[in-house]
Design a protein around this ligand. Structure first.
Ligand code: ATP
Length: 312
């Protein structure tokens, strides 16, 4: 039996808007059944990439194969087999929740999931007859997901599924994505939340300035840092500290500074802590903040770019 084609295969993708290069020679491979994350700061080119894969935008050059098909030759088939939840879905505020799901269901030739089943899947049964305009942000996002799920998609694209949501709503969406993944649905999501990617994704591509700058499982990317911990600190009087002197400290593998906040990649916390305090003492610098945490994907981004993801 021949193996199924990759869920997504992107090669040398490029797209510019005037002088702005949004996607700059991007390659991606997504295997069937996995949850794949495109991560990066605002403006990295994630939405442009995903919208090309969704058939909503034309690239300037390069190729995108979706489920072994191309938009140019298999538009109708791909529309039936994909689910798409855009960054912002404009739904009719006056329609009821169930009517919205029924409307989206009517767009598909194959029967897909029953409207009531989709309603239960996204846990909006108690809002069945509510007008869309009365829903909270999290409920609207779950309804947008419901609309993407009515056709029982083989491949689901989610563009920033939890941006702007409160922690409880985020968790509900995460649980829903995990449940979908366990049914074998392939999921490609974009996010600038590293904790989201770390929790949900089998593989992630870190995108910056339209290029993939790192690719792997969240664990392998974090392990590749070689630094199990991160120490972050700031001085009380915004005193400038020599970053080169920090890099030489025991147990420290790397150091960077942005906006007077210092980040150290640390292999051995028990060595780095006293060494740092000794060095700050020697330089006569008082601390206003000091945190340590186990390394995360956010630290991978900082190590790769020298920038904090949130501020990039
Ligand atoms: P975000 O997380 O903010 O959605 P992103 O990684 O999805 O960011 P894109 O939305 O793909 O990034 O944008 C990439 C670059 O292309 C940005 O500099 C953006 O301003 C620019 N851009 C995107 N769409 C357009 C457009 N329609 N016209 C002009 N420039 C655009």
């Amino acid at each position: 039996m021949t193996p199924p084609p990759p869920a997504l295969r992107v090669r040398s993708l490029r797209k510019s808007y005037g002088k702005v290069i949004a996607v700059d020679g991007l390659d991606l491979d997504v295997e069937p059944g996995e949850c794949f994350g495109l991560l990066g700061p605002n403006g990295a080119g994630k939405t442009t990439t995903i919208e090309i894969c969704e058939g909503l935008l034309q690239p300037d050059s390069g190729e995108a194969e979706i489920l072994g098909r191309r938009w140019s030759t298999h538009t109708r088939e791909l529309r039936e087999r994909l689910g798409i939840a855009l960054q912002e879905t404009q739904l009719s505020e006056k329609l009821k929740v169930i009517e919205t799901i029924q409307l989206f269901r009517s767009f598909y030739r194959r029967r897909g999931r029953a409207a009531e089943d989709v309603l239960a899947l996204v846990q909006l049964q108690d809002k069945r007859d509510a007008r869309v305009g009365t829903l909270s942000g999290g409920q609207k996002q779950r309804l947008a997901l419901a609309c993407a799920l009515v056709g029982e998609p083989e491949l689901l694209f989610l563009d920033e599924p939890t941006t702007g949501l409160d922690p409880q709503s985020r968790r509900q969406i995460w649980e829903l994505i995990e449940a979908l993944r366990s049914t074998g649905c392939t999921i490609v999501l974009t996010t600038h939340y590293m904790d989201e990617a770390q929790r949900l994704c089998d593989h992630v591509a870190v995108v910056d300035h339209g290029k993939v700058i790192a690719l792997g499982t969240p664990r392998s990317l974090i392990d590749a840092l070689g630094a199990a911990h991160t120490l972050e600190f700031a001085s009380s009087d915004n005193h400038t500290i020599d970053v080169a002197s920090l890099r030489k400290l025991d147990g420290v593998l790397g150091a960077s500074e942005a906006n007077n906040r210092y980040v150290l990649q640390v292999s051995e916390l028990h060595l780095a802590f006293p060494a740092l305090l000794g060095e700050l003492n020697r330089q006569g610098i008082a601390l206003s903040e000091l945190h340590s945490h186990s390394a995360t994907l956010e630290d991978v981004f900082v190590a790769l770019t020298g920038r904090q993801l949130r501020e990039a």
